[in-house]
Design a protein around this ligand. Structure first.
Ligand code: TYD
Length: 220
């Protein structure tokens, strides 16, 4: 029997510790015979990775930033995410549209109506697909939110590497981003899995794995 594609995104402020858990989940799905597409935003295709580099390092105004992020998302959806879901893959995506509403919307204070308009163009489902969303747009089936106090995240990031345009923002910016994620989670509680990322790495993993077992997507 052909597997049904599963689209999982991972979100949180910089320093929340998503990466190792995304790799762990990929390994767990593969161990159960699932084909996994591991990808990220902005990025995931040659064009979108070029746009990522611009967005993370070049000065630009907020509209330009939003347009480039959605342009990258369009290319990524068309060339990687939609084909993978059509094949029945588990798609694990490090960030997706919730990041745009949290970072560009809440963090930068950019117009949410413009972001919604861009989302409606970019995430329109391919013809003939009803998808899983009431809005008719492509959205993740599950979004794992690594929830962490911005002051703790800042401590974790301090001195880790040369910061990009987002990592160099003050704690107050990440508080707004965090509030943005909270609003998204409250608006769509069925889709969001909230993890307390202040716990040890092992405890976070247990919480994450348990959720996927409970939903029947991973066996215990
Ligand atoms: P991140 O996912 O943290 O990757 P890495 O672990 O390699 O640093 O970095 C991506 C950055 O891009 C992050 O700071 C958030 C930002 N971003 C946005 O501002 N809007 C978006 O829509 C997305 C997807 C990312």
């Amino acid at each position: 029997m052909k597997n049904t594609g599963l689209f999982i995104s991972f979100e949180g402020i910089d320093g929340a510790g998503k990466s190792t858990h995304i790799d762990g989940l990929a390994a767990a799905f593969k161990a159960q015979g699932r084909h996994v597409t591991l990808t990220r935003e902005p990025g995931g295709t040659p064009l979108a990775e070029k746009l990522r580099d611009l967005v993370l390092h070049d000065a630009m105004d907020p509209l330009c930033e939003a347009l480039l992020i959605f342009a990258a998302r369009r290319d990524h959806l068309q060339n990687v995410i939609e084909p993978a879901l059509a094949r029945g893959d588990v798609v694990l995506c490090d960030r997706f549209t919730d990041a745009t509403f949290a970072y560009q919307g809440s963090g930068r204070g950019f117009d949410l109506a413009v972001l919604q308009q861009l989302e409606s163009w970019v995430q329109a489902l391919p013809q003939g697909l009803a998808g899983n969303s009431a809005t008719g747009l492509r959205q993740p089936d599950v979004t794992v939110w690594f929830e962490l106090d911005p002051a703790i995240a800042a401590e974790r990031l301090a001195g880790a590497r040369v910061p990009d345009r987002f990592e160099s923002q003050p704690v107050a910016f990440f508080q707004k981003v965090s509030d943005g994620y909270a609003q998204r989670a409250e608006a769509d509680p069925q889709r969001f899995v909230r993890l307390n990322a202040a716990q040890s790495r092992d405890a976070v993993w247990q919480q994450l794995a348990q959720h996927f077992v409970q939903r029947g997507w991973l066996s215990a």
